[in-house]
Structures are given as structure tokens and as C-alpha cells.
Design a protein around this ligand. Structure first.
Ligand code: SF4
Length: 257
């Protein structure tokens, strides 16, 4: 992976709940694949989550998520196509025996899922009613398949965890996550959820049905769908991201001579 040597910093102002939200971002000035933008989206997500956590704390609600609590890590975790490629790189770079163990956990998870029709039904995701989607998510959870990255009930790729994992922070007791009781789970409200636009960023139209890929399928996905992403500058990727987020065209400032 070639090193990024040129960076550019700019400001973006979003209007969230009628209030301006100023973001300063430093992005690659030269063309890169979209997965190279992930650290920027991860930091952006962490900032939004911190805002949500501070607002909750001001209301007297403290975050109950702790290292060693993997209660939510048996859910179907949605990841973006660009995240699958990053996750595959992360696993490939792991030292042995961890790398082989993680591959084995992915294989075991897929073998269990192959006994069900969950992925088959997910191919119709777009046309499914919310209740049917909810049923699939619950059935998946009932299988009690730990995320292949879960070790001793902690995330073994904490710095690299997907954006949807970063967005999931609760102030309710862990047992509600462990039972998947949506009515009792109190999630931190965040001003913007980057996971949603991220799913469409650079997407190659190979994702059908749902607009996400379940995390357990990430490595299989990459095997079958090699990296064919285009390269764009960081500013262009950011403009795409905010266009998808806001449904508006985002102008890119002209380059200075
Ligand atoms: S990636 Fe980490 S945080 Fe996300 S589900 Fe897996 S173990 Fe949990």
C-alpha cells in the first residue's frame, strides 16, 4: 500500500437539528481508493458518538458499554463494501496463530449460517417489510454466533472495528443487549450516522438485496469480489460522501494554481 504524502485540510458545515455543526477534516490530496478514507470516517463517527455520549451524560445517562462486554457482538453487523476490503487486509496482517484462528471462526460462522435460509431471504431485502427484516435480524441473533473478531468478550480489532460497531453505544444495562430487547435498549443518539452513506460510497453495484454486507460474510465477499474500486482525491470522496448523506450536490473548491 503506497504511503499518502500529500494532505489537504478543509471545513464542512452541516446543519443538524437546525444547528450548524462545523467539521474540520484533513484528507488525502492525491487519488486514493475509498478504503484509504476509512480512518477519516472512523474518526468522524467517533466524534459524533462522543457528542451523543456527552449529551446523554448531561441528562444523567452514562454509557454502559465496557471492554469485556460483547453482548452486542452476536448481532448481524452491517458493513459497507469498502469496509470488507479493509477487514480482509486487517486479518491478512494478523500474526499467527491469531490469523488462522480468525479465519477458522469466519468459516465456522458461515457453516452455521449455511444450515439456515437467512442469506437467501436477505437477497430480497429491498422488497422486505420492516417486520420481515426484523424477523431475519432476530433469527440471526438467536443463532448466537459470536463475531469472529470477538476474543474473551472483547473486540480484537477495536481500532479497526466497523463504523456500525462504533455507532452502537448504549446507556441501558448489558443484559438488554444480550436479550436483544429493542424496547429496553437505550442507544446513544448521534447527530449523523456515517454508516448509512458509507454503504454507498464507491459501491460497485455488486451488492444486491440489502445495501450492506453482514460482517461474517466480509472475507468471503472479498474473495469473490476483488478490489475494483476507482481512485479519487480525498476531497472528491468527501464530496461523494456528503452528497449521499444530504442528497445534495457538494461543490469541490477549485484547485489553487
Ligand atoms: S467487530 Fe468488534 S465490536 Fe464489532 S461486532 Fe465484532 S467484536 Fe464486536
Amino acid at each position: 500500500m503506497k504511503e499518502i504524502t500529500e494532505w489537504i485540510t478543509g471545513n464542512v458545515t452541516l446543519t443538524v437539528n437546525g444547528q450548524p455543526l462545523e467539521l474540520q477534516m484533513t484528507v488525502p490530496a492525491t487519488p486514493v481508493k475509498p478504503q484509504r478514507m476509512l480512518p477519516i470516517f472512523q474518526r468522524m463517527t467517533d466524534s459524533f458518538v462522543e457528542m451523543g455520549a456527552s449529551a446523554a451524560q448531561a441528562r444523567g445517562q452514562n454509557v454502559s458499554c465496557r471492554a469485556g462486554c460483547g453482548a452486542c457482538c452476536r448481532q448481524m453487523v452491517p458493513v459497507a463494501e469498502i469496509e470488507t476490503h479493509r477487514l480482509a487486509e486487517v486479518v491478512a496482517a494478523m500474526p499467527e496463530p491469531q490469523r488462522s484462528e480468525v479465519y477458522e471462526r469466519f468459516d465456522r460462522a458461515l457453516a452455521e449460517l449455511a444450515e439456515t435460509d437467512i442469506f437467501e431471504r436477505m437477497s430480497e431485502w429491498e422488497g422486505l417489510k420492516p417486520d420481515d427484516r426484523e424477523r431475519i435480524v432476530r433469527e440471526y441473533f438467536k443463532l448466537n454466533i459470536p463475531c469472529p473478531f470477538l476474543e474473551d468478550e472483547s473486540c480484537s480489532i477495536h481500532q479497526e472495528r466497523p463504523v456500525s460497531c462504533r455507532e452502537y453505544l448504549v446507556t441501558s444495562p448489558a443484559e438488554h443487549c444480550a436479550e436483544l430487547s429493542p424496547e429496553k435498549i437505550r442507544r446513544i443518539e448521534i447527530p449523523v450516522k456515517p454508516s448509512t452513506p458509507l454503504r454507498h460510497l464507491g459501491q460497485t453495484n455488486r451488492v444486491v438485496g440489502a445495501d450492506f454486507i453482514p460482517l461474517v460474510l466480509a472475507l468471503r465477499w472479498v474473495e469473490k469480489n476483488p478490489d475494483r474500486f476507482h481512485e479519487k482525491s480525498g476531497e472528491e470522496w468527501m464530496a461523494d460522501f456528503f452528497r449521499i448523506l444530504t442528497n445534495k450536490t457538494v461543490p469541490i473548491p477549485p484547485k489553487l494554481p
